[in-house]
Write a protein that binds this ligand. Structure first.
Ligand SMILES: Cc1cc2nc3c(=O)[nH]c(=O)nc-3n(C[C@H](O)[C@H](O)[C@H](O)COP(=O)(O)O)c2cc1C
Length: 732
């Protein structure tokens, strides 16, 4: 599978550094707790930080025989090396206000020592440190390639934080978390590299040299420490450490390291002998250390903890993504070489899911003895014996090809097929995007420009990888070509864990052969109106999906009985207390948003089921408008009770019904919507939501009507509202 350079680099780097990254992340998690525990046991000097050195130093001198030095650590505690009045040499926490001992610093816990060594050098000393630095560098590149992949996926920087379509758990959270956590990961990686470069002296360690003139070391003028001007103006909070004079010899001095500079101070009169600001590398070094370790900041340590956990998650989700894509890539178990095959199947896919359909189709052809070759669109070339060219492709962005199809147009224009070819194009896309299956349509047009190619079927669009739609296309193919293909359901191959539901009620069928079925899960299941019930009949195990309305924790399904429909016939005979097995599939794109804004629900036929559930569960009174289209007035009878509940409880603020087969007034649902153009335009203008559920034909008409409404009333194309996720559709 050709993958873009970004994805390839992202993947290769992640794989090659995974073991080390795993060790670094696990030890990082452990080490993130160190600053937190230190902060808990710290003797912080928060209340004393506004004391001046003129107050602190005399207090210390008064309390101890000798003070060698003191420093303020990352947790803002003062640690001093002193000789006590009884001659003991000690390093202790002290209270700068009183000079009294507060405690003794404890040794670093063994677990932190172990984790630090492993984290820094993998117990391999310099070689290990080099590897850790290298892995940190690779992590920077992994993050950068990851950012590019997200930008590419989202269609540019402006949409970086736009909604992500959820295909499956690993894909969704890999991208979603990646968008937020790339910043701390980048900080951890960059500071890791910095610290390694410093360790190997590639970045020089800061050494400050003072220009000391002998004339400044005078003891002629003596004043008390309390009166040293520099001590009177220096607050403890700006001090990193102070070294006291070793003796009373004139050449000994105070060395004060402040937050921005270093001072050498005459021990007799407090005059400044030398003053040196820190160079930039000193700041960079201290910030790198603070940002990488979180020392002194429990909040940042928690962010580091989350970042380390996230790195482990990214490794897991990244590998899951790769395995899934690999599984779906072309197997060429269909045996024919490219120049032997009659059937050439080319696939355009970004994340691999389109290959599933292409593989099923290829497998069905191969089962009946046809010679099939399957590959990617980017590999388009001459095929000696080809008679059919079948293209399966997804779309990304505004009619853009997926990664492995980018070169197709160029290749197609350059290469003229040897023999005439018959072709068909199947588009995989999502109605959640404004340009539904646009790339498949573009390809179909492109193929049509060649005199050597002849279309056998109109381009076919599949929404949300619907297997039912794919089967429908195969039946078109069968009819057109006279070659009967049997598609093996993917659900046969994987075992699906089904749940049990009890039949509570089944309505009579109305004049359109439609009925309502109410099911109750036997065990607690979280679901919402708009989710889907997947049912796999014994006869063919092919998944059938029904939109769910949630009413009092039961599932409400509206089903149309088809003469030869295995599933609808089975459901139409169910009686209360019977049990069925099925699976609830989450469909978050078609949930009713939790909003106070206006909501316009548009359905025809059985598409009303999820809306009934949404209306009855919704708390947002007086702003929900329901449009429904059916054949005759008797069509609506089965929904009467629930609709009445909605109207009487004022959960439906306006109800608009259209009947297409009523003699005295034939009306289509799009006519009703057109009549209410102001209502619809106002709702969309005020960030309201339009939801559409029912047949694809109705959906097309409604979209056309909405397009006219928003362009004339608001001067904005519908795509703008689709982009903002204000138009939600679930049509079949
Ligand atoms: C970032 C992104 C952009 C997409 N853009 C479109 C689009 O413009 N039109 C469309 O019909 N589908 C669009 N889709 C949906 C995909 O085409 C659809 O999910 C398809 O089944 C993916 O197949 P693949 O995994 O084989 O690439 C987009 C999906 C993503 C993640």
């Amino acid at each position: 599978m050709t993958i873009s350079i970004w994805r390839y680099s992202h993947l290769v780097l992640a794989i090659s550094s995974s073991l080390f990254l795993c060790i670094a992340s696990v030890t990082g998690i452990i080490l993130a707790f160190e600053p937190i525990t230190n902060a808990v046991h710290a003797h912080t000097i928060k209340e004393s930080e506004n004391l001046t050195l003129a107050e602190v130093i005399p207090t210390l001198k008064a309390n101890y025989e000798e003070v060698i030095n003191f420093e303020i650590n990352a947790n803002d505690a003062v640690i001093a090396s002193v000789i006590t009045k009884d001659g003991q040499s000690e390093t202790i926490y002290i209270d700068p206000l009183t000079g009294k001992k507060l405690g003794t610093p404890t040794e670093k816990a063994a677990i932190f020592k172990f984790a630090t060594n492993l984290h820094r050098s993998l117990f391999l000393k310099s070689i290990g440190r080099f590897f850790v630095g290298l892995i940190s560098f690779l992590l920077i590149i992994i993050v950068i390639t990851g950012i590019f992949l997200i930008l590419k996926r989202q269609g540019g920087i402006r949409h970086f934080f736009a909604k992500i379509e959820k295909e499956y758990f690993a894909q969704y959270y890999h991208v979603t978390l990646g968008r937020f956590l790339f910043i701390p990961v980048l900080i951890v990686a960059a500071t890791g590299v910095y610290l390694s470069l410093e360790r190997f002296s590639i970045i020089p360690k800061t050494t400050i040299s003072h220009d000391l003139e002998d004339s400044h070391f005078t003891s002629s003028h003596k004043i008390t420490i309390q009166d040293f001007e520099i001590f009177k103006t220096t607050l403890l909070k700006d001090v990193k450490s102070v070294e006291f004079p070793f003796s009373e010899a004139p050449e000994d001095y105070f060395l004060a390291k402040l937050s921005d500079r270093e001072l050498i101070i005459n021990q007799f009169d407090g005059s400044i002998i030398s003053e040196q600001p820190y160079p930039f590398v000193a700041f960079a070094s201290s910030w790198s250390s603070l940002l990488h370790t979180g020392q002194g900041s429990p909040v940042w340590s928690i962010i580091l903890l989350i970042t380390s956990c996230a790195l482990l998650f990214f490794m897991y989700s990244g590998f899951t993504l790769t395995i899934k894509r690999r599984k779906n890539s072309p197997h060429n178990m269909f045996n024919a070489k490219k120049d032997e095959a009659e059937y050439i199947i080319l696939v355009g896919s970004e994340t691999g899911s389109t290959f599933m359909f292409a593989n099923l189709f290829a497998s069905a052809l191969s089962t009946i003895g046809k010679k099939v070759f399957i590959s990617e669109l980017n590999t388009y070339t001459l095929y000696q014996k080809a008679q059919y060219l079948i293209i399966f492709t997804s779309t990304y962005g505004i009619g853009e090809p997926p990664a492995n199809a980018k070169k197709f147009e160029y290749l197609f224009k350059k290469i003229t097929p040897i023999h005439p070819l018959q072709y068909a194009v199947v588009g995989l896309g999502s109605l959640a995007y404004p340009h539904f299956c646009q790339y498949a349509l573009n390809i179909d047009k492109l193929l049509g420009t060649s005199s050597k190619l002849e279309s056998i079927l109109d381009p076919y669009k599949i929404n949300n990888q619907s297997f039912t739609a794919f089967k429908d296309w195969v039946s078109h193919w069968n009819t057109k070509t006279g070659i009967t293909l049997k598609i093996e359901s993917p659900s046969k191959k994987r075992k699906i864990k089904q749940q049990l539901f009890t039949v509570i009620e089944r309505s009579e069928r109305n004049t359109d052969d439609t009925f309502l079925l109410r099911l109750r899960p036997q065990h607690h299941i979280n679901f919402e109106s708009g989710d889907l019930l997947a049912f796999y009949p014994k006869e063919d195990q092919v998944e059938r999906l029904y939109s769910i309305g949630k009413v009092d924790n039961d599932l409400l399904l509206a089903i149309k009985k088809h003469e030869f429909g295995i599933c609808s016939n089975y459901f139409s005979k169910l009686t209360p207390k019977e049990t069925i097995k099925a699976v609830i599939k989450r469909n978050p794109d078609f949930h009713l948003p939790n909003t106070q804004k206006e909501i316009i629900l548009i359905a025809n036929g059985t598409g009303i089921a999820p809306f009934l559930g949404m209306i009855l569960n919704h708390q947002n009174f007086d702003k929900t408008h329901l449009f429904w289209g059916g054949r005759t007035k008797t069509s609506i009878k089965i929904y009467d009770d629930l609709l009445r509940q909605g109207v009487s409880s004022k959960k439906i603020s306006s109800l608009h019904l259209a009947y297409s087969q009523e003699e005295e007034k034939k009306e289509y649902i799009q006519d009703l919507v057109a009549k209410e153009s102001r209502l619809v335009a106002n709702a969309l203008h005020n960030n309201g939501i339009v939801m559409i559920c029912g047949s694809i034909a109705m959906q097309k008409d409604i979209i056309k009507t909405l397009e006219t409404i928003v362009t004339t009333e608001l001067g904005t194309p519908l795509a703008n509202f689709q982009r903002k996720n204000q138009i939600k559709m679930d049509c079949y």
